[in-house]
Design a protein around this ligand. Sequence first.
Ligand SMILES: O=C(O)C(=O)C[C@]1(C(=O)O)C=C[C@@H](O)C=C1
Length: 272
Amino acid sequence: MGFLGPSGTFTEEAASKLRGVLVAFDSIVGVLEAVDKGEVDLGVVPIENSIEGPVGMTLDLMVHDYDLKIRNEITIPISHKLLVNPDVKVEDVDIVYSHIQALSQCRKFLDKLGVVTHATPSTSAAAELVSGKKNAAAIGTARAAQIYGLKIAEDDVQDYKNNVTRFVVIDHGDHSMTGRDKTSVVFSLMKDKPGGLCEILGEFSRKDINLTKVESRPSKEKLGRYIFFIDFEGHRADPEIGNILNIIKSKVEYIKILGSYPTEGEDLHSFR
Ligand SMILES: O=C(O)C(=O)C[C@]1(C(=O)O)C=C[C@@H](O)C=C1
C-alpha cells in the first residue's frame, strides 16, 4: 500500500489503520502513479481537512490525470507539534518547515511566532530536513520527532483544536455495496444559468438523499467556470442511486464517478 511519506506523516498514520505492507512515496502524484502502474495494490492520500478544506492536488489528479477510484475513507484527528532539535529553544527558531496544509492549519500560531515558513512535500520531509539544524523547526507528528531525533517544543499548535483530516484509499475499482455507503462524483454544468446547480442537487433532495459534501473548484478552462464535487449517501450499484445518476448524466456537460465506498468505520478491512 503506497502512502505519502517518508515515514512519520499523518498519511502513514491513516494508512496504518489498514492491513498491509506500507510503501512510502514522496508526493501524492507518486502514490497515484504507483497505483495506476500496479506497483502497489492501493494508495492512501489526504483529501480534505476540517480547518483548511480540500487537498487540491488529490482532487485535481483524480479528475484530470488518473482514472482511479476511491474504495475507502479514513478520518483521523490531526495534532500538530512544533519539532526542534534537542538543544534548540523555541526563541531561537526563525524558520519553520512543513507541508503546505500543515502550515495553513497553524497560520495564527506561526504569525505569533514571527517566523519565516517554508513548504516541504510532507510534514515528515520537514522533520528530516530540520534534523541537525539550529534556528529551524518543523511542524509534524510525534512519530516524526522519534524517527528524526527531534523533541516536541510545543504540542497542539493548530489554530483550531478539533482538527481532522479525511484520507481516501485509492484503487483501480471501488468497493462493493455494504448497505452503509457513500459515493463521490464530480461534474460540470452544461451552461451557466440561474438554478443550474440547484437543478442537479434537487435530484438528490427529491429522493431524500443526504449530501455529505459539496465543493467547487476552478475548471481550469476560464475564470468563473467551476467543477462541482459532491459526496452523498448511497452506493452507485443501488438502483435508486443509479437512476439519479442517469438523470444527472443527461443534464450535465461532464460527470465522473470517483467511487462508492463504505461510510467510515464500516468494512475498513474488506478490500475485495
Ligand atoms: O504531510 C503529512 O504528514 C501528510 O500526511 C499530508 C497532510 C495533508 O496533505 O493534508 C495530511 C494531514 C494534515 O492535514 C497535514 C498534511
